[in-house]
Design a protein around this ligand. Structure first.
Ligand SMILES: Cc1cc2nc3c(=O)[nH]c(=O)nc-3n(C[C@H](O)[C@H](O)[C@H](O)COP(=O)(O)O)c2cc1C
Length: 371
């Protein structure tokens, strides 16, 4: 073999190794549409019960922990519960956000039930944010005049990038806010208050990313590989974090929990936050009169009613809750934005040119039923 032939064979061998390694690697983001819903083995649930509970679970939750479960009492009669193993003690030590997420689940449940011709009767069971049994629900068949359009539940998603800077149009704002104006407040990004929330969101994210327990907790909820995403069907995936292309490939194949604790991961995250806050129409704040369980559930429901309305107007919602999660930033917020009520949600809002499909994963219904 002469030198030229050798180099040719060696280069070919390297090429084959590189391309076969690539072929064997974790090549693409796992999306919600990639998961094939298998028929349940569960003989207890009727098909419409299962559909209603799955649609309920499409609700948003912090880090996509999906902190709910249900107990099956009898057909169409369930208890909705708070799953302690899904709490986020470092960023949500009082389970305020857990209850808000369960509120969003409950709103989806009511809308989904209405689309199958049921009306819900609710009975609050929880006295505190930590009680396991939150609410009892009974579904009764009715002749529904205005069933909810469930494609709104299926198509809702959190969007984090590529917001336009255009202000919300008066008629869109009216549509989103008018029915609940007492509790929904819009702060345009160009106003003094909007700018304050922009700046403080960056400050709070910096505090949180360098607060070790918070960063550690985040690392526990990132599903780096497709294998893990499929195994757990929760948490934050490369797709839901909107890490696409080559960057996504790197993260899926080479990152793990330890990478999240490295300085460059934290700094890249902060750069992303700076970019995000520079793009928006402004902020929507959702407030409440008090912090009781009933009020938090209602605030979660209110947020979800709003969230289910935005897509048809091409408006994106990105909850950015760090100001509320870090005590030093939380303390200054009310006064600076001139709101005296309890602020439960901080939502970045803005128009999109292209609205992406939902990608975050959900556990199958069989995984969140409890005997
Ligand atoms: C109470 C609460 C707090 C949240 N906080 C944040 C946040 O600070 N940053 C963020 O990017 N997303 C936040 N989210 C959005 C969730 O990460 C998102 O709902 C979840 O990953 C599921 O994705 P989906 O909304 O597209 O279904 C929050 C959601 C809820 C309900």
């Amino acid at each position: 073999m002469n030198r030229k032939q050798f180099i040719g064979i060696a280069a070919g061998a390297i090429g084959v190794t590189v391309s076969s390694s690539y072929l064997l690697s974790d090549r693409s983001n796992l999306l919600r549409q990639d998961i094939k819903l298998k028929d349940s083995n569960n003989i207890t649930l009727k098909p419409d019960e299962k559909a209603i509970l799955y649609l309920s679970s499409l609700a948003p939750s912090g880090h996509n922990t999906q902190p709910w479960f249900f107990q099956y009492l009898e057909p169409y009669h369930w208890i909705i519960g708070n799953d302690k193993s899904k709490w986020l003690p470092a960023i949500d030590p009082t389970q305020r956000e857990t209850i808000l997420s369960i509120g969003a689940f409950i709103q989806n449940l009511e809308y989904a039930a209405s689309s199958f011709g049921y009306v819900c009767h609710w009975n609050l069971l929880a006295n505190t944010n930590q009680d396991e049994q939150v609410v009892e629900v009974k579904l009764n068949k009715i002749e529904s005049k205005s069933p909810f359009n469930i494609s709104r539940i299926k198509d809702r998603r959190t969007v984090r990038s590529n917001f336009l800077n255009d202000e919300l149009k008066v008629e869109d704002l009216q549509y989103l806010v008018s029915s609940e104006a007492e509790f929904i407040h819009y702060l345009p990004a160009i106003g003094k208050e909007g700018k304050f929330v922009n700046e403080q969101t960056i400050v709070a994210n910096r505090l949180q990313t360098y607060r070790e327990p918070a960063q550690q907790e985040l690392s526990e909820w990132i599903r780096f590989s497709t294998k893990d995403a499929d195994k757990y069907r929760d948490g934050l995936t490369t797709a839901s974090m909107e890490i696409e292309g080559f960057s996504g490939w790197i993260v899926r194949n080479f990152y793990n929990k330890d990478s999240v604790m490295k300085k460059d991961f934290r700094e890249v995250g902060l750069d992303k936050v700076k970019q995000q806050v520079s793009e928006s129409a402004g902020w929507i704040l959702i407030t409440s009169k008090d912090n009781s369980v009933a009020t938090l559930l209602e605030s979660g429901r209110r947020m979800q009613r709003l969230f289910l309305k935005v897509r048809e107007k091409n408006i994106a919602i990105h909850p950015m809750t760090q100001i509320l999660e870090e005590s030093s930033t939380r303390q200054m917020l009310n006064q600076a934005v001139g709101i005296s009520e309890n602020i439960q949600f901080i939502l970045r809002v803005g128009y999109l040119k292209d609205y992406p499909q939902p990608v975050s994963l959900r556990r199958p219904v069989d995984w969140f039923i409890r005997a």
